[in-house]
Design a protein around this ligand. Sequence first.
Ligand code: HEC
Ligand code: HEC
Length: 449
Amino acid sequence: MPRTRRFEPGLRLAGLALAGLGLAGLCLGAFSASVRAGSGTFDADHWRRVFARPEYAPMPTGNATTPEKVALGAMLFEDPRLSGDGTVSCATCHQAELSFTDGVPRHEGHDGQPLDRRTPSLWNTAWGLSWFWDGRAAGLEAQAAEPILNKREMAGDVRRAVEILAADASASRSFARAFPEDPTVTRDNILKALAAFQRTLVSPETKFDRWVKGNDDALDQDEMAGFRLFVGRARCVSCHTGWRFTDEAFHDIGLPGTDPGRGAVLGLKEVDNAFKTPSLRERVWTAPYTHDGSLTTLEDVVDHYADRVIERPTVSADLPRRIELNATERAQLVAFLSTLSSEDPPRPASLPARTIALGGDAQAATTFVGQKNRRFTPGAVLLKVGEVLRIVNDDTRVHNVRIDGPGMSVNSDAQNPGDTVTVGFDQPGRYDAICGVHPEMRLTVQVEP
Ligand code: HEC
Ligand code: HEC
């Protein structure tokens, strides 16, 4: 039964900080992919546009990716002095030769028991919209504090690490070079340097990129058949889209297990069992797979999608049910997935960094916003104080509208297809809205006096 939920001016609810909005707009353009998937025809030019690699790596305002900072971050990434007992560094789990993973389903924590989730690869993490399998970190800078402090990971004490590094003349010099405007060892500078280093971990071009660039012979027959299945009947592209092969959204793909994932972060049972869609770049080097490391090979992953999806209410609306795939087709899908990986252990590609400007959409003077195909339409609206905005879920998926702005923080909870969220604005200013399940959905509301 469709519902309308009203949010009156001045209403305050716990809202999610809209950090990381500087990266808005990055994923736009990838969406037409889901519209065409499933249609029988194969439009090579269309897919070449969808999967084209970017020319720049994004960086936020306030933490430019400079060579000095990257060098410091690379050093800190391998420095066990950030951990409580001086034995664990980021690189203990994120090992460069394993594409920044560790080769085990779940790394052993300080207490000798496996951690709750698998160590994810760090390739192309600069393009993220949220971090961790459940998206609980809103920025790469904020993210790094967590493993340092986590009792089961590095069990560190940032204040002590700052003291140790400040007492080390060579480390202090590196901080001074990296942060000329603030040449000291501080918690913030440690986190900024780690983030700047990680933004340079761009996966290199592979066989598939040669096809994207126009070489029709780059993929052999089986790889090409796998690609057609991927964007066609198997509908993998509904979620694994764009050059990194992720929509940055949260989905339940029907794996067994009791970890609530995104549902616990949002406090919404409708999104239980949902995890962030992982990139598919360099996966040949990052086994085992999924958030709990329960699938050992790429073949197992394909078998899961074909035969083993658990039916439950939270399973993603974007997941096709009962795809018939014979043994040849499964092998073709795996062959295609392999073309997204380097043939030798990959080394980071060098890509210049740029700050990404917000917005793009012209502001429309309307009080009605749709959400079809995981997109706020229009993406920017202009209102007058006192006007009421209606955000209608005319999509097939559950959304979760969150709006932050002057004196207001709105959380719609689960917004099912057909539900309308209405919000009144009684203060001028700029408001930013996202969907908690599909963080690539962005809406700006400018309210004029
Ligand atoms: C003991 C192993 C371990 C150590 C040490 C460790 N990590 Fe991780 N890392 C993990 C695990 C496990 C996750 C996933 C946790 C989750 O999603 O809940 C993760 C997630 C991440 C992510 C999120 C990636 C994404 O795509 O969402 C980043 C970035 C990251 N770690 C960077 C670091 C940095 C920087 C350090 C050092 C300060 C570090 N890690 C230390 C195991 C580790
Ligand atoms: C509904 C969205 C969706 C669709 C459709 C989808 N995936 Fe996924 N995929 C995900 C999510 C989410 C995960 C992580 C799930 C988890 O860890 O619980 C994932 C995990 C994976 C992984 C493991 C990656 C890793 O690093 O652990 C591979 C490989 C993969 N998918 C390939 C495919 C293929 C091939 C298809 C088509 C047959 C497909 N996916 C269809 C969302 C999707």
